[in-house]
Design a protein. Structure first.
Length: 271
């Protein structure tokens, strides 16, 4: 199932997955604004919940990227995990991917129509790839401004040993080879980040549609009962996947930041 443009000509770029992205973004902004509109020393329930969420995420990511990097990258990491979790959960709402126009894409009664009105953002590779590319640009900026170009080259290719003589040159060659592998690994991070999230969310969407199609030729009541019975356990599983995949994407981003910006000689403290 592919993302479909809502308009065939001038707005061809505005697909059903982009529509979901816009809706989810507006909802997040709305709730964040409502929670922080009237800040008070004695917080309301909405403000208290929002502050608790921000504090929990801040402490969590600080333990990964370190105190010297958390002020710089927290807003990005928190935005990513909240946005991905919201879009993943939104994609599980009834009707997302199944309400639209055109012919059914498969023989199952609850299979997606050929032009669904809404599609999960995570099931669109364009969205996950764009997020991964944006992260890599920010990662490169944070790395170079934190450790410098020479520091990054030294960390990637430099020998991690205090050996001298012939052993030093042997390790120098070995770690240069390891550094080349690391450069290749870094270059494919956008691919692995985007495909991992896209694959898991798309697979979950397809699985739910298949489970909901059992009993296609049964009487209406039996068909609907079978659809609910078969979908329910997998729906609960997909709720867990929605949470895990949002954190996996963000945790990998945080880990990449920590690996390239840590100061071994300063105990990960600020310079």
């Amino acid at each position: 199932m592919m993302a479909q443009p809502l308009e065939s000509h001038s707005l061809a770029w505005f697909t059903n997955s982009v529509l979901v992205t816009v809706v989810v973004t507006l909802l997040i902004l709305f709730f964040a604004r409502r929670a922080t509109k009237d800040m008070a020393l004695i917080p309301t329930k909405k403000q208290n919940w929002f502050e608790a969420l921000v504090e929990a995420l801040y402490d969590f990511f600080e333990g990964i990227v370190g105190k010297h990097m958390i002020p710089r990258c927290f807003s990005f990491l928190a935005t990513i995990v909240i946005f991905l979790l919201a879009t993943n959960l939104f994609g599980l709402l009834p009707g997302v991917g199944t309400i639209g126009w055109g012919e059914k894409t498969g023989p199952l009664s609850l299979a997606s129509v050929s032009h669904p009105l809404l599609r999960p953002s995570g099931a669109d590779l364009n969205m996950t790839a764009a997020m991964a590319l944006v992260f890599m640009v920010l990662w490169l900026y944070w790395t170079l401004t934190e450790v410098g170009l020479w520091g990054f080259v030294k960390h990637t290719f430099g020998p991690k040993t205090e050996s001298k003589g012939i052993a030093f040159f042997a390790f120098l060659l070995l770690f240069f080879f390891v550094g080349c592998i690391e450069v290749i690994s870094i270059s494919i991070r956008p691919v692995t980040l985007s495909l991992r999230h896209f694959g898991n969310i798309s697979a979950g969407e397809i699985l739910l549609h298949i489970m909901g199609g059992f009993g296609e030729h049964m009487p209406f009541i039996v068909k609907e009962a079978m659809a609910v019975a078969f979908q329910l356990p997998f729906y609960a599983y997909e709720l867990l996947v929605a949470l895990i995949q949002a954190f996996v994407f963000t945790l990998l981003c945080a880990s990449y930041i920590q690996l390239s910006t840590s100061h071994e000689d300063e105990g990960h403290s600020h310079r």
